[in-house]
Every structure is written in structure tokens, then in C-alpha cells.
Design a protein around this ligand. Structure first.
Ligand code: PGA
Length: 257
């Protein structure tokens, strides 16, 4: 069964609500023709409601950049997956910036993934190794561990809604991306094979796995021609509508189911 590619723009702490809405309105018609690709934007929490309203009726879906596992409670600064539910289809969790700056642990990623699935949403679970781990040859073991921990207690049925993003930390925002073949080999051995071992062939075959880290129009084709890469989680290039639309067009042409 072909996997529908998914391109998600992670806007991080960029774009005010006004800018995010204007951008979403500009982007939506540009990417509308590419129905064989899932198109997702992830604005800041503050802009989610306005962007979701602006994209109502458009094929572009909305993601949050995090989501707490508790429904509500004394968690100052946090937003629960349950609160996000009316606004988004996806929630990005485990991003390396959250792991580095916000004490995001494998255990928290797992709790968030379960809560997101319970709310009927889809988690985009980001995993990836540091430069030191990469240079020490620890990538596959490390990423395998992140994947196994994130998926603890998630059923095979729920796996149909999970997306995993492999993002080597040394490639995020640095302009230095992995090669398509490198990324594909790690995605296959550390992500798809791990999911196969945890579940079965059918779950592993159906799982959508994105590559992330300095993806841009100039290298998108290299990633999209790889057999195990089903889309991209994009930071910098998703902030420009021309670049975002070009990424979607390339995914549609090269990979579109
Ligand atoms: P980048 O970010 O495309 O700017 O490297 C990717 C990400 O952090 O998801």
C-alpha cells in the first residue's frame, strides 16, 4: 500500500498570529492542487485558533508544536493535547529543541504520544542523534531506543495515526543535511525495522517516516526518491511560501500516492 507523503512546516517561534494567518492564506491556494500529499503547518500555540479558522475548508492541516499529556491541571505554561483537539490534526512531540531546552524526555514523549492518540489526534514524534553520537557510530542504537521508548504501550491500531520524523540534530537549522541515502539507511534500520520488531510487517510498512534537517527545494528530490522516506518536517524553508510550495510540488511529483 503506498504511503501518502506528509510535508509539515514547523514554524517554531516564528510568525505572530497576524503573520501566521496571512501566510496560511497565501500558502493554501499554492499547495491546493497537490492532493496526493498531506500538507501541514505548525504555528505557535498563540496562532493555532486563528490559523485553524483561516484554513477551514482548505486541504492544509494544522499541527501544534507540543501537547501536554494531562487533560488539565497545575502545569503553568503548558497546553494539553485535549485543549488542542478542536484546532489541530497533528501534534509534534520530541523535537530536539524541546529535548535540549525544555527537558523533554523519552518518558514524557511517550506520555504525550498516548494522550494525543487518546484525543483522536496524530503525533509526529521527532527522533534523532547528536553530532557526537553520530561520529561515535551510535546513531542506530540511539534512535532505536528513542523509537521504542516513544511507542511504549501504543497499540498496532493506533500506529496507523503515528508519524515519526527522523531529524539528525546536527542537520537542523545548520544548512548541513544528511545525504538522502544516509538518511534512508538510518530510517530503515533504526525506525522501520524497529517498528517491525515491536509490531509486525504491516504496521512497519504503513508507518509514515519523515526526514527533517535543512530540507529545502534544492535537496528535496534527493530525499523523496528514497524508498523509506515519506515526507519532510521542515523548519527554515517552511517560512517562505514559495519554498514550502516547491517542497510540496516535489513530494507530489516524486512520491505522490
Ligand atoms: P530546519 O528545521 O528545516 O530549519 O533544519 C527542521 C526542524 O527543526 O524540524
Amino acid at each position: 500500500m503506498p504511503r501518502t507523503p506528509i510535508i509539515a512546516g514547523n514554524w517554531k517561534m516564528h510568525k505572530t498570529p497576524e503573520e501566521a494567518v496571512a501566510f496560511a492564506q497565501q500558502l493554501a491556494p499554492m499547495v491546493e492542487p497537490y492532493d496526493n500529499v498531506e500538507r501541514v503547518v505548525a504555528p505557535t500555540f498563540l496562532a493555532l485558533g486563528a490559523v485553524a479558522a483561516a484554513l477551514d475548508g482548505s486541504p492544509v492541516k494544522v499541527a501544534a508544536q507540543d501537547g501536554h499529556w494531562e487533560t488539565s491541571g497545575a502545569y503553568t505554561s503548558q497546553v494539553s493535547a485535549a485543549m488542542l483537539q478542536p484546532f489541530v490534526d497533528y501534534v509534534i512531540i520530541g523535537h530536539s529543541e524541546c529535548r535540549a531546552y525544555l527537558n523533554e524526555t523519552d518518558e514524557n514523549v511517550n506520555k504525550k504520544a498516548r494522550a494525543i492518540l487518546t484525543c483522536g489526534l496524530s503525533p509526529i514524534i521527532a527522533v534523532g542523534e547528536s553530532l557526537a553520537q553520530n561520529e561515535a557510530g551510535d546513531t542506530v542504537d540511539f534512535v532505536r531506543g528513542q523509537v521504542s521508548a516513544a511507542l511504549d504501550g501504543i497499540s498496532a491500531d493506533e500506529m496507523g495515526r503515528v508519524v515519526i520524523a527522523y531529524e539528525p540534530i546536527w542537520a537542523i537549522g545548520t544548512g548541513r543535511s544528511a545525504s538522502g541515502e544516509q538518511a534512508d539507511a538510518i530510517i530503515r534500520s533504526a525506525v522501520r525495522d524497529t517498528v517491525c520488531a515491536l509490531y509486525d510487517d504491516a504496521v512497519a510498512d504503513a508507518l509514515r517516516i519523515q526526514y527533517g534537517g535543512s530540507v529545502k527545494p534544492g535537496n528535496m528530490e534527493e530525499f523523496m526518491t528514497q524508498p523509506n522516506i515519506d515526507g519532510a518536517l521542515v523548519g527554515g524553508a517552511s517560512l517562505q511560501s514559495d519554498d514550502f510550495a516547491a517542497l510540496v510540488e516535489i513530494a507530489s511529483r516524486v512520491k505522490g500516492a
